[in-house]
Design a protein around this ligand. Structure first.
Ligand code: ADP
Ligand code: MG
Length: 237
């Protein structure tokens, strides 16, 4: 499912949060939106998801104008930094939630949940409650729950941002592997340039609401096109 962002602008009061952003996301690719805090990444992602209206510009999904479509119509899965799992539901029922509301049969739900538990490598923990999981495990469950609804696109806003450095590194590798298995077009927001460079096929670097550079990690390393990009990717976390 390819996505085309065309000349998107968003202003909050006098403040220009997203400034004429255009970019293309190829079907099946894993793209990072990378930039410092306040650079407009979350706002852009929310506009792509249909959670926020832009002031100007269009969002095209698979060659169709989706600018005025609802979140549901866009068939997008969303995962935020702070796991929004249902505390009173087990892992299994959290994952099943996306299927249950679509009136799937019990046996199909069980089969699907088992597949997803395997995919997130948490088979055996299906009967636990979120409070009995680590932060990294909770984010994996949140991803599985989004995937259960079979979205065409997955948007992740700093999915590992709240976790400690070691777990974050493990989840990078895991996200890459997961993407190779499911091939859902995925866009993830991060302010961590190591994370973006290691995980993504392509990286979109944002600064002050604008796109500074778009390229593969290698292209950006080898040929940063601005002083800002050079400094930003040179920083270590
Ligand atoms: P990032 O995700 O890159 O940190 P955001 O997209 O969250 O950046 O925010 C970009 C800028 O827009 C920030 O300065 C933020 O304070 C501002 N902003 C975001 N959402 C709102 C809002 N609902 N009202 C006013 N200002 C906002
Ligand atoms: Mg943000």
């Amino acid at each position: 499912m390819s996505i085309l962002v065309q000349d998107i602008t968003k202003q909050f009061g006098d403040f220009l949060a997203v400034d004429r952003v255009s970019l293309t996301v190829e079907s099946g690719s894993l793209v990072a939106l990378l930039g410092p805090s306040g650079s407009g990444k979350s706002t852009l992602l929310r506009i792509m998801a249909g959670l926020e209206k832009s002031d100007h510009g269009q969002i095209w999904i698979e060659n169709e104008d989706a600018t005025y479509r609802s979140v549901q119509e866009r068939q997008i899965g969303f995962v935020f930094q702070h796991y929004a799992l249902f505390k009173h539901l087990t892992v299994r029922n959290n994952i099943a939630f996306g299927l249950n509301i679509r009136k799937a049969s019990k046996s199909l739900v069980k089969q699907k949940v088992d597949e997803l538990l395997d995919l997130i490598q948490l088979r055996g923990l299906g009967d636990r409650y979120p409070s009995q999981l680590s932060g990294g495990q909770r984010q994996r469950v949140a991803l599985a729950r989004s995937l259960a609804a079979q979205p065409k696109t997955l948007l992740l806003d700093e999915p590992f941002g709240a976790l400690d450095a070691k777990v974050r590194k493990e989840l990078r590798t895991w996200l890459r592997q997961l993407h190779e298995q499911v091939h859902v077009t995925t866009i993830f927001v991060t302010h961590d340039q190591e994370e973006a460079m290691e995980v993504a096929d392509r990286v979109v670097i944002m600064n002050n609401g604008r796109v500074e550079q778009i390229g593969t990690p290698a292209e950006i390393y080898d040929n940063p096109t601005s002083e800002f990009v050079m400094r930003f990717i040179g920083e270590t976390n």
